[in-house]
Design a protein around this ligand. Structure first.
Ligand code: SME
Length: 157
């Protein structure tokens, strides 16, 4: 893809609808999952202006930092710990409207106010998580959940 990202200034749902085919096009051109995670993180980050957008991969029984956009982040998270480790343990998306109200939230950045973590499945088990942080409260809802869950199914982890 040489022309770059094109997403208009519409509603959140409209942005996702425009973004999805572009994400599919990018992912379908490449088989390497790290390369695809890197471009997915970039495209989401650029489109929505999130604070931190990236992946943690399950490596040797821990979540290990993968491709991301945004400030420095913690590199390893244990199962059940923080929002990421909780989404991994439950095998389901976790939406946190206010990180200060989430017991055990891991604060990689004091700027982060709300968060969504979406598990990425490979061979039935969670193989990675997509983690997105916002500097505003209550940024994420069922619209994000719907499109991000659809998006991570495109990744062949
Ligand atoms: N807040 C996450 C840690 C990762 S950073 O947000 C990039 C958590 O509680 O799992």
């Amino acid at each position: 893809m040489s022309e770059g990202l094109t997403v208009s200034t519409g509603t959140k749902e409209e942005k996702y609808q425009e973004l999805m085919p572009q994400l599919e096009a990018v992912i379908s051109c490449e088989t390497d999952v790290i390369a695809n995670m890197a471009n997915v993180a970039s495209m989401l980050h650029e489109t929505f202006g999130f604070w931190w957008t990236g992946f943690y991969r399950v490596v040797d029984g821990m979540l290990v930092l993968g491709p991301f956009q945004g400030p420095l982040a913690c590199t390893r998270i244990r199962k059940g710990k923080g929002v990421c480790g909780t989404a991994w343990k439950k095998g389901e998306t976790v939406i946190v409207p206010d990180v200060e109200q989430f017991p055990g939230h891991i604060a990689c950045s004091s700027e982060s106010r709300s968060e969504i973590v979406v598990p990425v499945f490979g061979n039935e088990a969670v193989a990675a998580v997509l983690d997105i942080d916002s500097r505003e409260l209550s940024t994420f809802d069922d619209v994000d959940k719907k499109y991000l869950e659809k998006l991570v199914r495109l990744l062949h982890v």
